[in-house]
Design a binder for this molecule. Structure first.
Ligand code: IPE
Ligand code: IPE
Ligand code: MG
Length: 258
């Protein structure tokens, strides 16, 4: 009922580029938002700067988006920061990207703590340099008592490997007699994925105009609403996130039903 009234109010001339948090339906805020933060390199190139300048600028966007997500009442914000395929990039760029978490957290951790944010990491530890892992683990440790937004960094994350990894662990558990083959269902599979403590994303955002998934959360986005923008990640801002959520709220999610 409340939700219906709210939707009605919305139809009367709302400027989509000047949204406020109060223009959103508080009863229909996506719980889990995932973002493919893309376009840092192109943003830099367009300004005649080296690609790494784009990555540095992109950190500012992370700060703003986390703040707004928290304010709006999103529970989980999963950010694709480095894929299992990104190791193919030039060594200098990879090194810079591996230094970024430390730099970001050195600057932002106090404020994240103050904002009651819980920092988490989702990805494969193996290839990550020690200083990168240490910085992230410290942030996770220092924010684990917090109860606000879960800021989940997908770092050295790749969905195909995540699924392979899950299958291997399931097979191990079947062979060890911990579970039987017949118990393997969607619910069990979810428990073996890196997202096991989170619900599936409600909304997936990709910046920079690319319309692909790039090995992100393949299993989890079966019924996720997709939204994209031509803005490069360093240009994405509060207004962009509010617009994405606003448009999400206009959609009808049917999950195969009527
Ligand atoms: C996204 O920006 C950041 C990472 C993938 C680490 P890109 O670095 O992919 O920037 P473009 O897509 O080359 O512009
Ligand atoms: C996806 O962006 C990975 C991250 C945002 C971390 P990419 O820039 O690596 O994706 P492709 O290569 O354009 O598919
Ligand atoms: Mg890219």
């Amino acid at each position: 009922m409340l939700k219906g009234l709210f939707a009605k109010k919305k139809e009367n001339g709302l400027d989509k580029n000047k949204l406020n948090i109060k223009d959103l339906d508080p009863l229909n805020i996506p719980k889990h938002v995932a973002i493919i933060m893309d376009g840092n390199g192109r943003w830099a190139k367009q300004k005649g700067l080296p690609r790494i300048a784009g990555h540095r600028e992109g950190m500012k966007t992370i700060r703003e988006v986390a703040r707004v997500a928290n304010e709006v009442g999103i529970k989980i914000l999963t950010l694709y920061a480095f894929s299992t395929e990104n190791w193919k990039r030039p060594q200098d760029e990879v090194k810079f990207l591996m230094d970024l978490p430390q730099e970001f957290l050195r600057k932002e951790l106090d404020e994240l703590i103050e904002q009651n944010v819980q920092v988490k990491m989702m990805g494969f530890d193996q290839q990550l340099p020690e200083h990168t892992l240490n910085a992230v683990h410290e942030a996770v440790e220092k924010t684990k008592q917090n109860t606000g937004l879960i800021l989940n960094f997908a770092l050295n994350y790749g969905s195909r490997y995540e699924i392979i990894h899950a299958i291997r662990n399931i097979v191990d558990d079947v062979l060890a007699g911990n579970i039987s083959k017949d118990e393997i269902d969607e619910k069990l599979m979810n428990q073996y994925l890196l997202t096991k403590s989170y619900p599936d994303p409600d909304l997936l955002i990709r910046t920079s105009g690319e319309l692909r998934i790039s090995n992100f959360l393949l299993w989890q986005i079966a019924y996720t609403e997709l939204w994209y923008t031509d803005e490069f990640w360093p240009e994405f801002n509060k207004q962009s996130l509010l617009q994405a959520i606003y448009e999400y709220q206009q959609r009808s999610r049917r999950f195969g039903s009527l």
